[in-house]
Each structure stands twice: as structure tokens, then as C-alpha cells.
Design a protein around this ligand. Structure first.
Ligand code: ADP
Ligand code: MG
Length: 560
């Protein structure tokens, strides 16, 4: 076949294919247009999941009648004047392709009136043809309707899911998107009924509850803005507290300059920020809103603008990670204060591992009211099932998981030691091992970091190693080398290598469940746990202790 130029209808459909994949893409384009026009109310009305009809009504600036033919044409926009403007985009749209792409695959009608004009006007467009502009009565603002989606593109129609699945997709996208626009009222209608309304609100909690569900929203912590001080811009958000999580990342919502998008880079920052706070294989949820100078963000890398390129990606990654982890540390410290015992020193031995536990932090949580009544020091009552330590502070009953607790203590001292490069404890008889190629490669990569953590392993011969020294204080316990190496080879992308190695080092060098402990050992464990920066969770995010307060106990005995 010889080379031919495509006709305009085909060109239009190919271009539209990138932008309009399903009803939700149409809703996205139209809602973004409404917000670019400064709307304070946006109503989305759908018929049959948007397949039959999608209507978006706004009270924004409107379109002048003489501009309507241009608005529905490809590459016509009021948002860019020159190529230079592409360097710093301040609106959600900018390519002038939204309406034209929708017209290419649906019957489009735009009805609009600019504030102050007596009458409005309407235009219809379908394929690459647009009708004449006609005067029409209309409220101030714009109503765009897209009917019979993909009627002329049967292949696309076949890829659509059921109307209710398409509807759900739109509903959850719109609700999530609304998180970044609290001053705008959003309404969603389906088949003639109001499905939900999000009134303009100053209280983000209401919208969070709608997006994440009441229960999950209660576990959201406001992000500590101080954590992102280094950022050239601003970071706000809500993140789930440790222990509340999901099986996937879908509920990690990310906004960059008001755009709801996915970013592989920043998904990594979630993982890094929660290192040692999240259980392996589980994912925290929440919403992060990042505001960056427009010229630091390039949204022109994806047809639906669902990913962006960041000019200073590494700095942004670090700022997000730090903001997450400092929020989690402050939360852990504050929670522990409520559980802690007056009289037992909370001052950590060396500052390094406990930067978050500043005085102001303790001051704040103390000011929360709940001035704890003077309680006796924490007393170990005994061991249960060779696995848990039963303790009491005279008021509450505490069940401490001996392995998780020991792991947390070991982890924090390994981190602190790595920061100081303190000596490790030489083994009297070095332990020699021979490894298979996979484990050997994994160990080679980790040797340097292990040394920082106090674990000294020498490589001699091809795949032979000698453990020369272990982290001081833990040398006496047999180090579970096999388990440790399995951890190293497994799933290397899951978290920051450094933290993973340390967590794993901690895990395999401490007390295990099922080990009988002496009373003195238990007291030391409980005492040292109290000096940890994050005493509530082991480095893998499992709880280290549960607490039964007087009220809970009273309830069990039906006293209240
Ligand atoms: P873009 O959003 O990239 O500019 P669109 O095709 O989505 O491209 O819209 C084309 C133009 O039509 C916009 O630049 C804007 O001037 C106008 N427009 C579209 N929708 C609206 C609306 N809801 N309110 C006001 N103007 C609109
Ligand atoms: Mg647009």
C-alpha cells in the first residue's frame, strides 16, 4: 500500500483516542474546564454511566458566542498564547484538545452565557463538523453535554464496562478530585437522581470521609508541614496512621498543582516515608497536595496529563518522604506519651534516633488535657506463652510482643549506631558460610550498609563469607543468618535498602517468640522500649504492644 494522508475525521478519532478512553475521561476534561473558568458550583449529570449522556454544568466565566466555534476546534485554547507559556502552565487545560476530542467521538453541545450578557449561545459539534452558533437562553456559566459516546467508534464501545462500573469510576474520580477544591460545590447525578453533593466546605474532614469512608478517614493524620520545609513550594495532606492500610496503592491520592495524577516517583516517596511504619505488603492511604512553581512542573508529558515530569524530582521526593516520616514519628511519640509512665525517663540515650521527640512535641501532647494521674512505674507481671510480656503501670494492663519490641529497640540502636559508626562486638569464633550465587550477590550489595549497622562480614574466596562481628549488645544471641539472607534477596524494591537491611538485621538478631525470658530481661526490654522514638511498632509496622485501659477492663466485667 502506498502512503496516503489521512482524512480529518480519522485524524480526529486517532487524537481523541488518546484523550477520551471512557466516560470518566470526558468528565475529567469537562470538570477541569469548569474549574479553569473559575466555577464555584459544578454539577455532573450522567445517563447510564455516562455512555448515553454526560452533562457538566458550571457557573464559571462562560464563553462568548463568537468564541464558540473556536472552542470546539482542535488546538484552539484561551489558556496558552505562545510556546513560551508551555514552560509554566497555571491552568488544568492548555492544549485546546478537550472539546474537539469529545466531539470526535460523541455528540457535543455547548451552551454558555458570559456574566453580564443578555442571552447566551449554543453550538453543536460532531466528528469534525460544527453547526452554526445560535442564540439561546442560559444561566451564566457553561453547560456541556456529550451524548452517545463512541457511537461512531464501535471498537471503543466494546471496551466499556457496565454502566454501573463506569459510573463508579466517575464517582470516585470526582470525589477524589474534589479534595483539592474545597471551596467548590460538586454535585453528581445519575439517571435523574442526585447521588451525592459535596457542599463547599472549610473542613476537609467531610470530604475525606466521603473519599476514604468514615472509619478510614478517622485514622488520617494531618501532614506535618514542617517536614517539607526544604521544598520550593508547599505540601499539605492527610496520611493514614500506622496500622491503617490497604492492600494496594489506589488510595494514595496525589495532587500536583491541583491535578490529580499518578506518579511513580512520588509513590516511592510514600513507601520510603513509611519505612518501618508500614507492614510489608500493605500500603498506607491518604491525599497529598503538592504546590510547586509552575515552571518546575511539566504536565505536557502525558495525553491525559495523568503523570507529570518534575524538574527537581529528587528534592521533591526527599521533601515528601521527610514530611511523611516526621508526621509519623511525631504521632508515635505523642501516642506513646499518653501510654508512658511518669517517673520513667523518656529521654533517649543518644539524640540521633529520636529527633522527632523535641520538647515542644511533648509539650503539645501534654496540653491535650488528659493530664495523666500519677501512676506507679511500669512493672512486669510475667510472661505469657513464652511470647508476650504482661506488664502494668498500675492502671492499665499492657501486653508486649517480646519479639516486636526487641526488634524495635534493636532497630533504633542500629540506626543510631550507624549514624555514629560506633564499634561492633567481635565474635570470638568467626562464623564462616558458603552461599549460593543469588544470596551471595544480595549479601555483596549489603556489606557496606551492614558494616554501618555494626555487622561486619568479610568476603573471602568466591562465595565464602566470614561473620567477624555483630552489632554490640546483640552478639550473645545467635544471629539468624539464613532468615536474614532470605529477607535480603526478597522483594528488593519494597523499601529503602538501607532501612530494609537494618530492619532485617534487627529482626534476626533479637529475641524470638517462644523464647523464655528472665524477669530481668523482660524489665530491661520494657524499659528500653519506652526510650524508643517509635515504641508502638516494630520496624515492619506490626504493633509492639496492646494496652487495656481501666475503661476497657471495666467493660469486660460489665461494670460500665
Ligand atoms: P483547553 O482546556 O486545553 O483550553 P478545551 O478544548 O477543553 O481546551 O477548551 C477550549 C476552550 O474553550 C478553553 O480554552 C476555554 O476558553 C473554553 N472553555 C471550555 N470549557 C469551558 C467552560 N466550562 N467555561 C468557560 N470556557 C470554557
Ligand atoms: Mg480543557
Amino acid at each position: 500500500m502506498s502512503i496516503r494522508r489521512l482524512d480529518d475525521v480519522t485524524i480526529g478519532q486517532i487524537a481523541a483516542g488518546e484523550i477520551v478512553e471512557r466516560p470518566a475521561s470526558v468528565v475529567k476534561e469537562l470538570v477541569e474546564n469548569a474549574l479553569d473558568a473559575g466555577a464555584t458550583r459544578v454539577t455532573v449529570a450522567l445517563e447510564r454511566g455516562g455512555v448515553d449522556s454526560i452533562e457538566v454544568v458550571d457557573d464559571g466565566a462562560g464563553i462568548a458566542p463568537e468564541d464558540l466555534p473556536l472552542a470546539v476546534r482542535r488546538h484552539a485554547t484561551s489558556k496558552l498564547a505562545s510556546a513560551a507559556d508551555l514552560e509554566s502552565i497555571g491552568t488544568l487545560g492548555f492544549r485546546g484538545e478537550g472539546l474537539a476530542s469529545i466531539a470526535a467521538v460523541a455528540r457535543l453541545e455547548v451552551l454558555s452565557r458570559i456574566a453580564g450578557a443578555e442571552v447566551g449561545a449554543r453550538i453543536e459539534a460532531h466528528g469534525d463538523e460544527a453547526g452554526a452558533v445560535e442564540p439561546a437562553a442560559a444561566p451564566a456559566g457553561t453547560r456541556v453535554r456529550a451524548a452517545a459516546l463512541f457511537e461512531n467508534v464501535p471498537v471503543r464501545r466494546e471496551y466499556l464496562r457496565s454502566p454501573s462500573a463506569e459510573f463508579n469510576r466517575i464517582s470516585s474520580w470526582l470525589a477524589s478530585f474534589a479534595l483539592a477544591y474545597p471551596s467548590v460545590t460538586f454535585t453528581l447525578r445519575h439517571d435523574g437522581k442526585d447521588v451525592w453533593v459535596m457542599p463547599a466546605t472549610a473542613d476537609p474532614r467531610e470530604r475525606l470521609a466521603m473519599v476514604f469512608g468514615r472509619e478510614a478517614a478517622r485514622a488520617l493524620l494531618p501532614l506535618d508541614p514542617a517536614g517539607a520545609r526544604s521544598l520550593d513550594g508547599a505540601l499539605r495532606g492527610y496520611i493514614s496512621e500506622p496500622g491503617s492500610d490497604r492492600g494496594d496503592r489506589r488510595m494514595q491520592l496525589l495532587f500536583v498543582n491541583g491535578r490529580l495524577l499518578r506518579s511513580t516517583l512520588l509513590a516511592g516517596a510514600w513507601t520510603a516515608g513509611y519505612a518501618t511504619f508500614a507492614m510489608t505488603g500493605r500500603h498506607p492511604y491518604g491525599a497529598l497536595m503538592l504546590e510547586l512553581p509552575p515552571d518546575h512542573v511539566d504536565p505536557n508529558v502525558h495525553p491525559t496529563k495523568s503523570d507529570v515530569r518534575l524538574r527537581y524530582g529528587t528534592q521533591v521526593f526527599d521533601a515528601v518522604r521527610r514530611a511523611l516520616s516526621s508526621t509519623l514519628q511525631a504521632h508515635a511519640a505523642a501516642r506513646f506519651v499518653q501510654h508512658a509512665v511518669p517517673g520513667v525517663s523518656l529521654a533517649p540515650p543518644n539524640g540521633a534516633a529520636s529527633v522527632a521527640r523535641s520538647d515542644s512535641l511533648f509539650g503539645e501532647s501534654g496540653a491535650d488535657g488528659e493530664a495523666a494521674p500519677a501512676r506507679a512505674a511500669m512493672r512486669v507481671l510475667g510472661q505469657v506463652d513464652c511470647t508476650y510480656i504482661l506488664a502494668s503501670d498500675g492502671e492499665s494492663l499492657l501486653l508486649v510482643d517480646q519479639h516486636a519490641a526487641h526488634e524495635r529497640i534493636a532497630y533504633e540502636s542500629i540506626v543510631a549506631r550507624a549514624q555514629e559508626r560506633a564499634p561492633s562486638e567481635p565474635l570470638l569464633v568467626p562464623l564462616s558460610i558458603e552461599l549460593d550465587p543469588v544470596r551471595s550477590a544480595a549479601l555483596d550489595r549489603a556489606l557496606e550498609l551492614l558494616l554501618e549497622g555494626g555487622m561486619e562480614i568479610e568476603h573471602f574466596g568466591e562465595r565464602s563469607y566470614r561473620i567477624v562481628a555483630t552489632p554490640a549488645g546483640y552478639g550473645a544471641r545467635s544471629f539468624d543468618l539464613a532468615g536474614f539472607l532470605d529477607d535480603l534477596t526478597e522483594d528488593p524494591k519494597q523499601r529503602d535498602v538501607r532501612e530494609r537491611i537494618w530492619a532485617s538485621l534487627a529482626c534476626h538478631s533479637v529475641t524470638v517468640a517462644g523464647e523464655r525470658l528472665q524477669p530481668q530481661e523482660m524489665s530491661t526490654l520494657v524499659e528500653r522500649l519506652q526510650t524508643c522514638a517509635n515504641p508502638m511498632h516494630c520496624p515492619h509496622g506490626r504493633p509492639t504492644m496492646v494496652r487495656l485501659g481501666p475503661l476497657e477492663i471495666a467493660r469486660m466485667f460489665k461494670r460500665v
